[in-house]
Write a protein that binds this ligand. Structure first.
Ligand code: MV4
Length: 447
């Protein structure tokens, strides 16, 4: 097991990882920018190293400073959290070259999944169902027309270096196709320095369902069920739940089994998420994330398994603490992302939190690094906390969520809490009846 882990992140996830390290008796080092000197995780860590000024590129993304902090403190592993360097293959390679363990998959696995064409090709080879479309990159308009005619309109053109919604263009007819292809390619080239694009059938009303997987580091793989993350705005998830209201136990076990076997065959190590669009009872792979995700607590709530413990165990060569048959899905969990934003316009609202009071009681978890008197710096993303509620079934979970939202107090700044108080009373949400476009339509109506 590791002696000392360096946490290369900030905010609620830095605190989340720190808690896991403490439970496992591992010493902790945090790195932080000058803007984060007063952060909770900095106070609670055994050691802290200031690595630079507020802009991320000069601090949380500065590989040399982080490696130097490892050398100075004698950390033997780095947990990257999510965002920042968590899916940076070069960072994983550099740490390996310094004999420091990256708590995550190999640089090569990160690289494959970061290239969306390569990721899709790999998924298909491993027996994961993918969206119908081009076999690889498409450059010629003639070829694009042939593929689109074959799969049928509408089609979507995606940047291979994109992902998470960046660099996509929809073509509804052959007339749209030429412009869509041209703009997608030139935008991809400008944004990512890689103009490779591919074509897929455009699914009009899917849900976003993702499967949590783990490779054990010895060629084994398991799944921890799925999360439904369909409620998004501008590709930012707002509300996530497990299980998906759309799946039954057979579907869960079928797609989970496919994903677990794929992870094993790939020789993947650590936590991963296989993202699907789900429409008319069918799963279609879109991307794989090679990190721990923001919404991992809903999976922890229904399985009772600490996924950060598992990440640390696997990275240290100790394997997983559970076999597939030990992983049981118990009840229902919902996560609300509390952002320091206007609840309607989503404009960031940094500043001082004058009063912070979190709900409690059975089935309630709040992951947050903020406190009364904390000043939210304007330099980073606006997530200030996550409310995760668990119940024996979805109805109980929703009742408990409504009560927890009533108790939650964040004064001094605007937050997305009022949005959740609206959503929890909405009939479609109560019925689990929503797709990836539901939230944007709801917000546009201004109800
Ligand atoms: C799609 C799609 C429809 N058809 N692919 C957006 C983010 C990126 N991960 C993939 N995305 C989409 N890919 C096909 N073939 C619709 C989306 C999409 C979306 C996906 C998940 C959650 C919210 C979304 C909002 C708009 C579009």
């Amino acid at each position: 097991m590791f002696q000392k882990i360096l946490i290369a992140n900030r905010g609620e996830i830095a605190l989340r990882v720190l808690r896991a390290c403490k439970e496992l008796g591992i010493q902790t080092v945090v790195v932080h920018s000058t803007a984060d000197a007063d952060a909770m995780h900095v106070r609670l860590a055994d050691e802290s190293v200031c690595i630079g000024p507020p802009p991320s590129r000069d601090s949380y993304l500065n590989i040399h400073q982080i490696v130097a902090a490892c050398e100075i403190t004698g950390a033997d592993a780095v947990h990257p959290g999510y965002g920042f360097l968590s899916e940076n293959a070069k960072f994983a390679d550099i740490l390996a070259a310094h004999n420091i363990t990256f708590i995550g998959p190999s640089g090569d696995h990160i690289r494959v999944m970061g290239d969306k064409i390569e990721a899709k090709r790999t998924a298909k080879r491993l027996g994961i169902p993918v969206v119908p479309g081009s076999d690889g990159a498409v450059t010629e308009e003639k070829e694009a027309r042939r593929i689109a005619a074959e799969i049928g309109y509408p089609v979507i053109i995606k940047a291979s270096a994109g992902g998470g919604g960046r660099g996509m263009k929809v073509a509804h007819t052959e007339t749209d196709l030429e412009i869509a292809l041209q703009t997608a390619r030139s935008e991809a080239g400008a944004a990512f320095g890689d103009d490779a694009v591919y074509i897929e059938k455009y699914l009009e009303k899917p849900r976003h369902i993702e499967v949590q997987v783990f490779g054990d580091g010895f060629g084994g793989g398991v799944h921890f069920g799925e999360r439904d993350c369909s409620l998004q705005r501008r590709h930012q998830k707002v509300w996530e739940e497990a299980n998906s209201p759309a799946l039954n136990a057979e579907e869960r076990s079928r797609i989970g089994g496919i994903c677990a076997k794929a992870i094993a065959d790939l020789g993947y190590s650590g936590a991963g998420t296989i993202e699907f669009l789900y429409e008319n009872g069918e799963f279609y792979f879109i991307e794989m994330n090679t990190r721990l995700q923001v919404e991992h607590p809903v999976t922890e709530a229904i399985t009772g398994i600490d996924l950060v413990h598992e990440q640390i165990r696997v990275a240290s060569g100790g394997g997983l603490s559970v076999r597939q048959e030990d992983i049981k899905f118990n009840g229902h969990a919902i996560e609300c992302r509390i952002n320091a934003e206007d609840p309607r316009t989503f404009t960031p609202s940094p500043g001082t939190i004058t009063h912070f009071h979190t709900p409690g009681g059975l089935g309630i978890r709040v992951d947050s690094g903020v406190y009364s008197g904390y000043k939210i710096p304007p330099y980073y993303d606006s997530l200030i906390g996550k409310l995760i509620v668990h119940g024996r079934n979805r109805v109980e979970c929703m009742m408990r969520l409504r009560r927890a939202l009533d108790e939650f107090v964040v004064d001094g700044i605007k937050t997305t809490l009022p949005l959740f108080r609206d959503l929890v009373g909405n009939a479609d949400i109560a019925n689990g009846d929503y797709d990836i476009h539901w939230l944007e339509k709801y917000l546009a109506k201004g109800e």
